[in-house]
Design a protein around this ligand. Structure first.
Ligand SMILES: C[S@@+](CC[C@H](N)C(=O)[O-])C[C@H]1O[C@@H](n2cnc3c(N)ncnc32)[C@H](O)[C@@H]1O
Length: 235
């Protein structure tokens, strides 16, 4: 079993379903789900909070996750939704038909995967006209001698204040419980993130026209509509 799988099996048991820095952006992502979405895919669905919301917008949702514990909890929280299927699967070894989904969403997951192959695989199984929705973490600039480092330090301080306030408003506490913090700290030791420049450069190459946005709570979004078939052949 990989470290990532073990970490998330542990984290699944600690998930209380409250406010998080990821679900804070669910409404933003849902605004980009195409109308008449027939089949949506979520990659790295965790305990399925976004999958359940997607299932209210799409006729059918397939949600995959590497962690069997995440999928067990996701299924137990979703029994009322008959158009939502969960599956234990690793994106990189799961074969999907080409041009299969109208919408593919992934939240806080791509940084666990090789970014370019994972995005290319997602793009391949997205239908022309379909929409890719990515929310993930990025590396901020830590060198305070650079202008971007000073700006990031200031934004980090604002983000920390906003995050603590929102957690208190929604979850009634300033910090996650001790055991949750310990599990995330352990997991964080193996986490690494691309920079925004790396994400923008890659997006320009493989998903031209993608909109990459920096969000306050240490996340970026990448929203991209795959060109319709005729346009696709021209690029
Ligand atoms: C930080 S969690 C985010 C979960 C959920 N998207 C959320 O926003 O709460 C990342 C998830 O990605 C899953 N994951 C990591 N690598 C994966 C892979 N190769 N294929 C599928 N899921 C993966 C993990 O098991 C974990 O549940």
């Amino acid at each position: 079993m990989s470290t990532v799988e073990k970490d998330f099996d542990r984290l699944a048991l600690l998930d209380s379903g409250g406010w998080t820095q990821n679900n804070h952006y669910h409404d933003f992502l849902l605004r980009h789900v195409p109308q008449d979405c027939t089949h949506a895919l979520e990659i790295g669905c965790g305990t399925g909070a976004f999958s359940r919301r997607l299932a209210q917008r799409a006729q059918r949702v397939t949600a995959i996750d590497l962690s069997s514990e995440m999928i067990r909890v996701a299924r137990s929280r979703s029994s009322q939704l008959s158009n939502l299927d969960f599956e234990v699967a690793d994106l990189m070894s799961r074969d999907f038909p080409a041009e299969n989904f109208d919408c593919i969403a992934t939240i806080a997951t791509l940084h666990h995967l090789p970014l370019r192959p994972a995005l290319l695989k997602s793009i391949d199984t997205l239908r022309p006209g379909g929409v890719l929705l990515v929310l993930d973490l990025f590396e901020t600039e830590s060198n305070l001698l650079k202008l971007s480092g000073a700006r990031d330090a200031m934004l980090n301080a604002v983000a920390a204040g906003v995050s603590v306030s929102l957690r208190f408003i929604h979850n009634g506490r300033l910090k996650p419980p001790r055991e949750v913090r310990a599990a995330w700290e352990e997991h964080g030791k193996t986490d690494s993130y691309p920079t925004l420049d790396q994400i923008r450069t890659l997006a320009a190459e493989i998903a031209p026209g993608a909109k990459v946005t920096r969000h306050l709570l240490w996340r970026y979004s990448l929203i991209w509509q795959k060109p319709e078939a005729r346009l696709n052949q021209m690029i």
